[in-house]
Design a protein around this ligand. Structure first.
Ligand code: S3P
Length: 179
């Protein structure tokens, strides 16, 4: 049992953090926060536009700051962006303030799910498979390092994935005690 005040979902693009997270929040009667959507609201611009105008480093600073703010609250399911774990301080914070679920997906499933995506700047242009592979090489160990629970989210319809994950989370996450 991990007594954390929030449920935090980490994992690569297309792993279902937003779609599964929304359903889990409903099932557990928690507030759902999609970090990218919140960031777009606060910044008044799309993620892709922020990357283009300000660059990735500035986006990462916004992302880290917002995650820190969001995690001050409790009783939320927080879907992070795929790159949020790149920040050491965010990794520390999600571990302190969240029961962390790593949604795992393999590259072919990711390519399939993201096939029609035009909104993710890190996928723009070039060889998508190679891009996803190089992101995975850097990030998968970071997802692993913060995970209280890992869950294979590929290959399952969103509703079934959410139902299964919800049962696992309920068995392992004891909501409460803030640190
Ligand atoms: C990113 C993932 C995106 C978004 C941005 C950068 C990444 O979020 O934050 O495009 O670095 O992997 P999703 O994981 O929700 O697609």
């Amino acid at each position: 049992m991990n007594p954390a005040p929030n449920l935090v979902l980490v994992g690569p693009m297309g792993s279902g953090k937003s779609s599964i997270g929304k359903r889990i929040a409903q099932r557990l009667a928690l507030q759902f926060v999609d970090l990218d959507a919140r960031l777009e609201e606060v910044a008044g611009a799309r993620v892709a536009t922020l990357f283009e105008l300000e660059g990735e480093a500035a986006f990462r600073r916004r992302e880290q700051q917002l995650l820190e703010e969001v995690l001050r609250s409790e009783d939320q399911v927080v879907a992070t962006g795929g790159g949020a774990v790149l920040s050491a301080s965010s990794r520390e914070r999600v571990s302190e303030r969240g029961f962390v679920v790593y949604l795992k997906i393999d590259i072919p499933q990711q390519l399939h799910r993201l096939a029609r995506d035009t909104q993710r700047p890190l996928l723009a242009g070039g060889d998508r498979r190679a891009k996803l592979e190089s992101l995975a090489a850097v990030r998968n160990p970071l997802y692993e390092s913060v995970a209280d629970l890992s869950f294979e989210s590929g290959g399952l319809p969103v509703g079934s994935a959410a139902a299964r994950l919800c049962a696992l989370v309920q068995a392992q996450w004891q909501r409460g005690a803030a640190t």
